[in-house]
Design a protein around this ligand. Structure first.
Ligand SMILES: *Cc1c(COP(=O)(O)O)cnc(C)c1O
Length: 385
C-alpha cells in the first residue's frame, strides 16, 4: 500500500464528459472551453475567466496583461512553486521575495509593508505583487490591497492551491482585492483537467488581452483589426502571442469536476480537523486554521521543532519507507541554483528558510480513508516519540 500526498478523483460522469468530446466535432476551440470558463467564473464570483494549458501559462499571460516588462520588479513569496516567480522572468522583469508569516506561511503583510517603505525610498517599488495562498488558505488580501493602493502596484493572486476557499465572505478568485487570480488544475490540486489553468479577473480589457495572447495574438474581431476585412479568411496578428490553449477534453473534465468542488473542500477540511485532533499533544506544529476564511485545504503541513532539518529528514525517510507519500512544500525559490545569479543566498529570508528545514506535507486528498489517515498518524507519531 502506498498513500500519495495528493490524488485526483475521477468518476464515471467525468469519463463520460471526456468521451462525449472525443466523439464530437471539436477536440479544441469548441464549446467546452467557454462552458468551463463560465463554470469557473460562476464558482468564484469573477466577471471573466480565461482557460489555458497550465497555471504557469496563466501566470505568464497575467504578467503580460499587467504590462510587466524588462526593468520592472515583481515580488512574491519564497515558499511557493517556482512558477509564481518565473512568470515575471519570462517578461524580462526582476524578481524579489517577501518573507513569510511564521504562523500562516503566507507572505507576511508586515514584511511587505516594511519592504515597500524602503523600496519607495530607493525608487525600486514593484509593479506587481504575487501573493500565493499557501496550502489553500488565503493571504490577508485586505492588508495587501490597502498597500497596493498606497504604493500603486498591481496584485496577481497565485491561487493554484485555493479554488473553493474564501476570504472576507467571498470566494477566492472573486478578485475583490486583486487584478487577476490564477488557478491550477494539475492532478494534485483541488480540481483537475490533467494539465490546465485559469486566470480570472473583473477587468474586461485584461481578460481580452489574455484571450488574445493565449492564441498567437491573433484576432478575427473586426473591431480590433487595423485594416479592412479582406474576406472570410481574414485575421490579424495584433501582438506576439503563444499557443497556450486548453483542449475541449480538458475543459469538459474540468467542468464535470467543478460540480464536486464544495463537497471536496468540505471533505478536505474534515480530514484536517481529524489530523488536528489526532496530532494534538505531539511536538509538531499543525496548520493555523483561520475560522473566518475557509481554506481549500490543498496541503496539510506539520512543522518539526528541530531547526537543524535533521528531524524532518528522518521523518521523511521513515515515512516514505513505510509507504506514506509525504512531501516537502517548498524548497524556498530564492535558494534554487537558477536564482543564485540574482544574489540571493542563505540568510536572505530567515523565516522562510527555517520553515523549510522543519516542514513536511502529509497525505491530504478527498479520497483519503480514515484507515489510511490513522496509519499516517501512527507513523508520524513514531517519528517524534
Ligand atoms: C501547481 C502550482 C503552479 C503551477 O501550476 P501548473 O498548472 O502545473 O502550471 C503555480 N503555482 C503554485 C503555487 C502551484 O502550486
Amino acid at each position: 500500500m502506498y498513500i500519495p500526498y495528493g490524488r485526483q478523483q475521477i468518476n464515471d460522469e467525468d469519463t463520460q464528459a471526456v468521451v462525449d468530446v472525443l466523439r464530437s466535432d471539436f477536440l479544441t476551440q469548441g464549446p467546452a472551453v467557454p462552458a468551463f470558463e463560465k463554470a469557473v467564473a460562476s464558482a468564484c464570483g469573477s466577471a471573466h475567466a480565461v482557460a489555458v494549458n497550465s497555471a504557469t501559462s496563466a501566470l505568464h499571460l497575467a504578467c503580460l496583461a499587467l504590462e510587466v516588462a524588462p526593468g520592472d520588479r515583481v515580488w512574491t513569496s519564497p515558499i511557493t512553486f517556482v512558477a509564481s516567480a518565473n512568470c515575471a522572468r519570462y517578461c524580462g522583469a526582476s524578481v524579489d521575495f517577501v518573507d513569510i508569516d511564521p504562523r500562516t506561511y503566507n507572505m507576511s503583510p508586515g514584511a511587505l509593508a516594511e519592504k515597500l517603505q524602503s523600496a519607495e525610498a530607493s525608487g525600486t517599488l514593484p509593479k506587481v505583487v504575487v501573493p500565493v495562498h499557501f496550502g489553500g488558505q488565503s493571504c490577508d488580501m485586505e492588508a495587501i490591497g490597502k498597500l497596493s493602493r498606497r504604493y500603486g502596484f498591481k496584485i496577481l493572486e497565485d491561487a493554484s492551491h485555493a479554488i473553493g476557499g474564501s476570504f472576507g465572505g467571498r470566494p477566492i478568485g472573486s478578485c475583490a482585492h486583486s487584478d487577476i487570480a490564477v488557478f491550477s488544475f494539475h492532478p494534485v490540486k483541488i480540481v483537475t483537467t490533467g494539465e490546465g489553468g485559469v486566470a480570472v479577473t473583473n477587468d474586461g480589457a485584461i481578460a481580452r488581452r489574455m484571450e488574445l495572447l493565449r492564441s498567437h495574438g491573433i484576432s478575427r474581431d473586426a473591431r480590433e483589426m487595423t485594416r479592412a476585412d479582406e474576406g472570410g479568411w481574414y485575421y490579424e496578428q495584433l501582438a506576439l502571442g503563444f499557443n497556450y490553449r486548453m483542449t475541449d477534453m480538458q475543459a469538459a473534465l474540468g467542468r464535470s469536476q467543478i460540480g464536486r468542488l464544495q463537497t471536496w473542500v468540505a471533505r478536505r477540511n474534515e480530514i484536517a480537523d481529524a489530523y488536528d485532533q489526532e496530532l494534538a499533544g505531539l511536538p509538531l506544529t499543525t496548520p493555523h486554521r483561520d475560522r473566518n476564511n475557509r481554506s481549500a485545504m490543498h496541503l496539510y503541513v506539520v512543522l518539526f521543532q528541530d531547526d537543524s532539518g535533521r528531524a524532518r529528514r528522518e521523518a521523511f525517510d521513515a515515512m516514505r519507507g513505510a509507504g506514506v507519500g509525504v512531501n516537502v512544500h517548498y524548497i524556498p525559490v530564492h535558494l534554487q541554483p537558477d536564482y543564485a545569479r540574482f544574489g540571493f543566498r542563505l540568510g536572505s529570508l530567515p523565516v522562510a528558510e527555517s520553515y523549510y528545514r522543519r516542514t513536511l506535507s502529509v497525505p491530504m486528498f478527498p479520497g483519503l480513508t480514515d484507515e489510511q489517515r490513522c496509519f499516517v498518524v501512527e507513523k508520524l507519531r513514531g517519528t517524534v516519540s
